[in-house]
Design a protein around this ligand. Sequence first.
Ligand code: SF4
Length: 331
Amino acid sequence: MERGRKLRIGFPRALFYYSYFPFWQGFFNRLGMEVVVSPPTTKGILDDGTREAEAEACIPVKLYHGHVLALKDKVDLLFIPRLVRIDRRSTFCPKFLGLPDMVRASLPDLPPILDLKVDERTSPGEWWPTCRAIGELLGIDSFLRLWSAYREGKQHQKAYEKLLYKGYLPEEALAALRGEEVEVPPRIKENLNLAVLGYPYQVYDGYISWDIIGKLRKMPINLWTMEMVPPSKLYRFCKHLPKQPFWHYSVLVLGAAYYYQQQGVDGVIHVAAFACGPDAMVNKIMEIDLSQGSNPTPFMSLSVDEQTGDAGVATRLEAFVDMLLQRRRKG
Ligand code: SF4
């Protein structure tokens, strides 16, 4: 590394990027490192990931491999933690647990990987033990330096979540935190209220979701997503289930479906991840539960894979929104 140049750490724009990037960016920046994020997904990135990752992997994991490849020659270090738990209530899916191993096994010649285990069951949501472990790995022996980086990360994450709860989407919130001007569409009383739910790395990746969010924003609807509600509330909305799903994002998606059903939204769209076992179960439970009761909530499941076409997605969204508008007109 050239003298005086900052250490560059790579952060793939996939999987937990949409949930926790602001924390890690604040933390690493304060430690004097430059955080490099891979570019938004392109066909090339997805093709690279699909070619190199295990054939049985779900699309989001294949895509993660593509983003690692997009970064590998631009950074000194890759941040690929092994996420196990960030609270006491749920565990990340096994693909998250084995992520650094999968990446190493599939992609040769990578820079060193910062791959420590994140298991926050004793200090939920705090990340401090993880930060201390990173400090040890990077040879940072100043407690104050590490603590100040940790505080910086917490502040960034808090500011980010505040924007999400106000209705910003993740990339909009990140742009606003960078000081850019962001216009968030206002809620309009006459519009349909539509909840678009799914794993954030599926919903917000414009390429693999065929820009569902962008397409819906051109229609007369108020858009609601899982990230607009604090996770503690979403967990409460799953309490009535005889057995809660234990995968982290699955329980949040289901909680969001029950929450928005109670709020009386006009419809729910589940953007399901293709080749994902947990999501197939979430999809079925959602479909059954939203159809129950005296006033069922219209539901559509969109499963998006490598073969899905843009026109097909647009047609299905338009048909669903048309059906909701007719339903509203009939009262
Ligand atoms: S929850 Fe599903 S989509 Fe997400 S990483 Fe696991 S298998 Fe893949």
